[in-house]
Design a protein around this ligand. Sequence first.
Ligand code: DC
Length: 227
Amino acid sequence: MEKITIAIDGHSSCGKSTLAKALGNALNYAYISTGDMYRAVTLYFIENKVDIKDPEAVRAALQKIKLHFELRPEGNCIFLNGRNVNHDIRTMPVNELVSPVSTISEVRKEMVRQQQEMGKNKGIVMDGRDIGTVVFPDAELKIFLTADVEERARRRYNELIAKGMKVDLDEIKHNLEERDRIDSSRKDSPLKKAADAILLDNTHLNHEQQLDKVLQMVKEKLWETRV
Ligand code: DC
């Protein structure tokens, strides 16, 4: 059967990667959370004390960064120079620096290049902020996912608490709002709904309901694009 490209964009912590993973599994497609790539670059910058305001230092650092994904029982894990950083990229220091890092055009150019390479054969679900607008503007199915910020903060809080992390709900909510603000107002590839993306607000939807809705959209797209 013909394979399509599915782009999922939207606000921070509204379940884009959970949905991408479930869709990938249901359709037997690859899935990539591009936020993990920006997070891994941010982790490298923190660990190696790269001055993000120094374009030369950023350029030199990017050349030393090798990213790849490997499917593990816990999901598609990102590796930074051969090290599984799936856990380390979700800490508060990374949360706080990742949006500023992702405003850097050099960083975006390199990430977009790698993402386009990963998805060149279609049969992929990719989630992020600019997938439907910049990475795959021709994706057959584009979804723009969102949810109330209170609900998103609560979900992220429960997720981190379940992982045994010590976190504060207000701090999480503030971080989400700040990331949304930076992501939506940056000059290079700001977060915005592509004109042809379908808006999906999942504030009152559980995982199964979302997956059902999107699988129905996929069915319709496959029907429309059949030759
Ligand atoms: O999806 P996430 O919350 O893990 O993403 C982390 C940050 O990475 C987010 O604040 C903005 C940035 N990002 C981006 O600029 N472009 C993407 N395609 C994906 C993420």
